[in-house]
Design a protein around this ligand. Structure first.
Ligand code: SAH
Ligand code: F3S
Length: 476
């Protein structure tokens, strides 16, 4: 299995690199020789989608390539949330041109949100692309790939049909080995924030059935995963009504997952502020397995901006929600997403966002400059009027504010004991383990000859910290 990830600036949620999700089994008994390599960009949902694609292709007899050079089919699974993400993929496609020249039969596909968003532009700007496949068309990948192998067709095959009902139930997802299993519980989004492309690239919101989610959770336990990460664009608006009328909301789903032996930790991302209710807060507070960490995207601290963005809450309502959550779970860690430079944002609006960060004191912040996305309400109706230099300056200043807060919060943990789920060797020092605390902070500590390894949950005394990592000593 090839895993190589590059850091992606200020967005630790993002993937940018090669994650070959292709497995090697074939349940349909087809005798294929082609090997596939999938490279994933963007959010954790995309990682999960790559594992779904891997499952679909493996079922049809395709096997996994160790490297791109070794592959007959390369799929680039893409993100469209900001222009930079798309430009990076265009750069990657150009970079792959020599591989196409070396192997004229190589099939190069672009999948995911950018395939949906820029279907025509991809065909124009990257004529070496053979397949353009949107997020709801992955079940047809084996046929599409099959039609393309051999290099007979000159034009790219395009399948970007959105499907209100597609939840990929029944696919034998092939998970990249690790300690955290990513399970999509919801697809699409109905919120239509004015800046956001996701409702256009991923279509309408739909919940995966609880039976399918529970089945995937059991399979994850059998494969040795210790933690499940539930994924959805507004994951806490999750709902599902079965044919017999049984209704399941997000709290119900969490409780069902808590019952599964072998799952030590449950996380979810990203909840939407107005989809919280008292039931969900008390469910989180009462269940030890549900990690005490919440990513709660605010986007702005200014009521005027929140209104313009069509977020469905006011600043006051957001503050009240944070207070309610912290009253129920005093030690909970929180992070947020912020956009600076949305059209019409004044220095005063920006200062309100600065003030939101300073008063709420999130443990992390994912901070972005506004990037206009065609099709969205904002692109169609308001001018992208904040000069790039102002956007850059506000982003720099807000990063400084959040860095200062992180620089206080992380060292503030020195002297405490945290529970760490060991993930892997630390990047910089193979004699150390790295893992996550319950509240989602990275923690490194020296290895001992004591049988601890990936998947172990250990107690660590925090002895040092940077603004993004805890450093400690294992105490049990
Ligand atoms: N509901 C999803 C949002 C996906 S997009 C989730 O919470 O994961 C992730 C973040 O990207 C958003 O919260 C927003 O802060 C940022 N974003 C979305 N569209 C953007 C745009 N056009 N420009 C800049 N940032 C954007
Ligand atoms: Fe995007 Fe808003 Fe949905 S940020 S994913 S439209 S909640």
């Amino acid at each position: 299995m090839t895993v190589s990830k590059k850091e992606l600036g200020n967005d630790p949620n993002a993937n940018n690199g090669s994650v070959n999700a292709m497995p090697t089994t074939n349940t349909k008994g087809k005798n294929r020789t082609q090997k596939v390599f999938i490279e994933t960009y963007g959010c954790q949902m995309n990682l999960a989608d790559s594992e779904t694609m891997g499952g679909i292709l493996a079922e049809d007899g395709y096997s996994s390539a160790e490297t791109m050079e070794d592959a007959d089919i390369i799929l680039i699974n893409t993100c469209a949330v900001r222009e930079k993400a798309e430009e990076r993929v265009f750069g990657r496609l150009t970079h792959l041109q020599p591989l196409k020249q070396k192997n004229p039969n190589l099939v190069l596909g672009v999948t995911g949100c950018m395939a949906e968003h820029l279907r025509e532009t991809i065909a124009e700007r990257a004529p070496n692309v053979d397949l353009i496949v949107g997020p709801d068309a992955y079940r047809r990948l084996p046929d599409l790939v099959g039609d393309k192998t051999g290099g007979q067709n000159m034009d790219a095959l395009v399948d970007v049909k959105l499907d209100k009902a597609e939840t990929y139930e029944g696919i034998p997802v092939k998970r990249k080995p690790g300690v955290t299993s990513h399970i999509s519980v919801q697809r699409g989004c109905d919120k239509f924030c004015t800046f956001c492309i996701v409702p256009f690239t991923r279509g309408r919101e739909r919940g995966v059935s609880p039976e399918e989610i529970i089945k995937q959770a059991h399979q994850s336990v059998a494969l040795g995963f210790k933690e499940v990460m539930l994924l959805g664009q507004t994951v806490n608006s999750y709902k599902h009504t079965a044919e017999d009328g049984t209704f399941t909301d997000f709290s119900d789903l969490l409780l069902q997952l808590c019952e599964i032996d072998g799952i030590e930790r449950i996380r979810f991302t990203s909840p939407y502020p107005t989809d919280f209710n008292a039931k969900l807060i008390s469910t989180m507070a009462s269940q030890k397995k549900i990690c005490k960490y919440l990513h709660l995207p605010a986007q702005s601290g200014s009521n005027r901006m929140l209104g313009e963005m069509r977020r469905q809450y006011t600043r006051d309502e957001f503050d009240t929600l944070v207070k309610d959550i912290r009253t129920a779970m005093p030690d909970i860690a929180m992070s947020t997403d912020i956009i600076v430079g949305y059209p019409g944002e004044t220095e005063e609006d920006f200062q309100m966002t600065v003030e939101l960060l300073k008063t709420t004191r999130f443990d992390f912040g994912f901070l972005f400059k506004y990037s206009e996305r065609s099709q969205t309400f904002a692109a169609r109706n308001v001018e992208d009027d904040i000069p790039e230099s102002v956007k850059k300056d506000r982003l720099k200043r807000i990063i400084e504010v959040q860095e200062e807060i992180c620089g206080e919060i992380f060292p503030g943990r020195i002297g405490s004991t945290v529970e760490v789920l060991v993930d892997r060797d630390a990047k910089r020092n193979k004699n150390q383990w790295v893992g996550k605390t319950d509240d989602f902070k990275g923690c490194v500590f020296d290895k001992k000859d004591n049988g601890v390894g990936p998947g172990s949950i250990v107690k660590v005394l925090v002895t040092g910290a940077t603004s993004h990592t805890l450093i400690g000593e294992q105490v049990t």
